[in-house]
Design a protein around this ligand. Structure first.
Ligand code: ATP
Ligand code: MG
Length: 759
């Protein structure tokens, strides 16, 4: 077929030289015959496939598949792949690897509901936004028995299991992508596969049942995703000596607390709050004095209270059922629901201004009394905690009255802190049930589902932390795929033209350097009582403006050059969110409550011995008492990286094909920007230009030596290996002999394996 096409080439078009060809295509198997078909970028930014009709000098005439005839600059044309390569499983198989060919290949597959594609070692998953028939027991069995080999999350999970057993090394599956790209669904699909290995006593079912709980408490409807995870999650699944699941442990990162008390219009707060209002049985409703969701201020500030296709009341029962499965007792569940109701009612507390200095008192109405009842405190102590603050000024203990704004902030701080503690407590309970406390002997596979890079029109402290985390993960990805690869070549004495890859160490330094890095400066400013968002911005500008990754902006803003692009952050709220303080008055209030709340706060409860401590205290573990949110997050991240570095990683990049959360729509620009952000384009290029298959001399000689037709004089592995290569006529530019290993270009081992399997 190719021959025919090639013979039909108009002589003019064979003279076309493709500018970008060498950059992308290092060893095209079709290189000799110039294609008739080419890609050209239209004025609307889209790529169009067309036939080159003629070329005169710098201009070419192209007839597009839509029937248009265009005059374009020859330089702007990119060669198209031959049709037999349409929709290949692995982007690495493409002869021409440039943006349009990658985009087209993914779209070609996506249009047929083939949402998974390999990009060398990385699995690309495009969100179908509909049910696709790719999952379930038949598929799981197919991959287990290695009857199926198409790119799939199951294949990745299967590889992780095999490599864990074979190499006795822990594995990780690192899933990334932007909001709505399908990370959480992908993580669940991977868990489903691992769970199919079984474990006995229902542990695998228990592990799966953590999902509805964590999603109820940690996910919310946002503008980008109806079920957006507002926290990062690492689940480590443990395997016993027999290769069956023995337990699991979950670690969460940085829950978005602010959503409890405020959310943008069209978005929702955490699912569980609506589920409780919709689904609580009558007795519970009465006990907690529950109303409909729209009654609560925290929930009715957004006009959105339901999600199309989701029944909150049904979900509530599913969550209760899941809590039973992970052994959260009925009594504890009741406490959890009472605390959720307290959070809701806190938002409905009314504050009344009592003097002309804007001081307030809590109105003695249903709101305040319900909160007091649910928490198990008196109305007076609640009023006191929300309207006054104890302080030490010049060694004198005083009680300061709060203004309306201060009191509202205090009330919201209380609600956020109760919710966040509840979330942590639930994770702890789950971990106890999954047996993370037990001593572990076997191996593990960790699945990381963490927020992708975020860049909005307005970016705050949350985006700052999230993007910092992504910067770290990107480095892990880079290091693993590029550096390690390159090092291995060099170590083995392989002649391999060094490949430049984007290293983001500079940006990480901008964040982490001490004392003049973003995190240190933020922490320093957070300790000054008089610091403001503006002084923070000024300070950053003053110290970091010479850093190429940093740009000071006017007012309360600064820009960071991340690996995935520039992001402008607004410092408004940075200091407060970073300090995350709970005044001692609130801590004392919580400690005095007769509900089971103190137990939920357990070790976190910090009761000061001094009745009038000089400053605000933090409601968190004693050891992390002085840690800011950013520093604590950095610590968690370092720990995470350390953990991941001791594993063999498997990367899945999720791609969102459109911003409408609709099936069947593929927006090229959107996909392309994500492919760039997550390094997929770079990976393909690098993997293909190198020697992705490698084997030690020994292993190669052992594996294929018996295929030799003539015996070799010397029996050393290298001589045997070379004899095999010669016998199978593997061309010299298709492999290289290293000190310890043989390195092969893509697809070279195939013939040997086929022969071996037939023998
Ligand atoms: P966030 O960062 O906001 O948490 P996410 O990457 O975790 O986003 P998901 O919640 O996993 O995104 O996916 C968003 C939605 O896309 C899902 O609720 C589901 O409707 C759909 N979806 C994702 N993956 C699949 C899939 N494999 N099959 C069918 N639908 C999917
Ligand atoms: Mg998610």
């Amino acid at each position: 077929k190719l021959e025919e096409d090639a013979n039909g080439v108009d002589s003019a078009s064979s003279r076309i030289s493709f500018q970008n060809e060498s950059k992308w295509d290092d060893h095209s198997s079709y290189g000799a015959k110039k294609t008739l078909q080419a890609w050209c970028r239209l004025s609307n930014g889209k790529w169009a496939l067309g036939k080159v009709l003629s070329t005169t000098g710098s201009e070419s005439v192209l007839s597009t598949s839509e029937g248009k005839v265009l005059k374009v600059s020859t330089e702007s044309l990119l060669p198209a792949n031959p049709e037999i390569l349409n929709g290949v499983d692995d982007l690495m198989q493409l002869s021409y690897l440039h943006e349009p060919s990658v985009l087209y290949n993914l779209q070609y597959r996506y249009d047929q509901d083939i949402i998974y594609t390999k990009a060398g070692p990385v699995l690309v998953a495009i969100n179908p936004f509909k049910k696709v028939r790719l999952y379930g027991n038949d598929f799981i069995e197919g991959y287990k028995r290695q009857k199926m080999d198409k790119p799939h999350v199951y294949a990745i999970a299967d590889a992780a299991i095999r490599e864990m057993k074979r190499d006795e090394v822990n594995q990780s599956i690192i899933i990334s992508g932007e909001s709505g790209a399908g990370k959480t669904e992908t993580a669940k699909i991977a868990m489903q596969y691992l769970a199919s290995l079984g474990g006995g006593s229902g542990i695998e079912y228990e592990i799966l049942q953590t999902n509805p709980i964590l999603e109820a408490f940690g996910n919310a409807k946002t503008a980008r995703n109806n079920n957006s995870s507002r926290f990062g999650k690492l689940i480590e699944i443990h395997f016993g000596a027999t290769g069956r699941i023995s337990g699991a442990a979950i670690q969460t990162f940085l829950l978005e607390k602010s959503r409890v008390v405020q959310c943008a219009d069209g978005e929702r707060s955490y699912h569980i709050l609506y589920q409780l209002c919709a689904g609580a049985p009558k007795s519970l409703r009465e006990k907690l004095n529950l109303r409909k969701a729209e009654f609560y201020k925290y929930l009715n500030q957004s006009s959105c209270r339901s999600i199309v296709g989701v029944d909150d009341s049904e979900m509530f029962f599913a969550v209760m059922e899941a809590m039973n499965v992970v052994h959260i007792s009925k009594e504890d569940q009741d406490t959890v629901f009472a605390m959720l109701a307290a959070v809701l009612w806190l938002g409905n507390i009314s504050l009344k201004v009592i003097d002309n200095e804007n001081h307030i008192t809590v109105v003695s109405d249903e709101g305040a009394h319900t909160v007091a009842k649910l928490l198990g405190c008196t109305f007076d102590s609640l009023n006191m905690a929300l309207s006054t603050r104890k302080m030490t000024v010049r060694n004198e203990k005083i009680v300061q009255k709060l203004t309306l704004e201060q009191a509202m902030d205090t009330r919201d701080a209380l609600a956020k802190s109760i919710y966040a503690s509840l979330f942590e407590w639930i994770v702890e309970q789950i971990n106890m049930s999954l047996g993370s406390g037990k001593r572990r002997t076997g191996r593990s596979i960790s699945i990381l589902d963490i927020y992708g890079f975020e860049s909005f029109t307005r970016n705050s402290f949350e985006q700052f932390c999230i993007n910092y985390a992504n910067e770290r993960l990107q480095q892990h990805f880079n290091r693993h795929l590029f550096k390690l690869e390159q090092e291995e070549y060099i170590e083995d004495g392989i002649d391999w033209a060094k490949v430049d890859f984007e290293d983001n160490q500079d940006c990480l330094n901008l964040f982490e350097k001490k004392p003049l890095g973003l995190l240190s400066l933020l922490d320093e400013e957070s300790t000054f009582p008089n610091a403001t968002d503006l002084t923070l911005a000024t300070k950053l500008k003053q110290h970091l403006d010479s850093n190429p990754c940093f740009k000071g902006e006017r007012g309360k803003a600064f820009t960071v050059s991340h690996y995935a692009g520039e992001v402008m952050y607004n410092t408004a709220g940075f200091l407060e969110k970073n300090r995350d303080l709970l005044h001692v008055d609130l801590i004392q209030l919580l400690a005095s409550c007769t509900c089971n709340l103190p137990q939920i706060f357990a070790a976190k409860m910090l009761v000061q011995s001094d009745d009038y401590p000089s400053g605000p205290a933090r409601l968190s573990g004693a050891d992390s008492q002085k840690l800011s949110v950013a520093t604590k997050f950095k610590g968690q991240l370092f720990q995470l990286m350390q953990r991941l570095e001791s594993t063999t990683p498997h990367f899945i990049r999720c791609i969102k094909p459109n911003s409408l959360q609709q099936p069947g729509i593929y927006e090229q620009e959107l996909v392309l920007s994500q492919l760039k952000c997550c390094g997929v384009l770079e990976v393909v290029r690098i993997s293909r230009s190198g020697y992705p298959t490698r084997m030690t001399h020994q292993k190669f000689a052992r594996r294929y030596g018996f295929l030799l037709l003539e015996s070799v004089a010397s029996q050393d592995p290298l001589s045997v290996s070379v004899a095999i290569l010669l016998q199978f006529n593997i061309l010299p530019d298709m492999y290289q002999v290293g000190y310890t290993k043989l390195f092969f270009r893509t697809g070279q081992i195939g013939l040997l394996e086929d022969t071996r399997n037939r023998t």
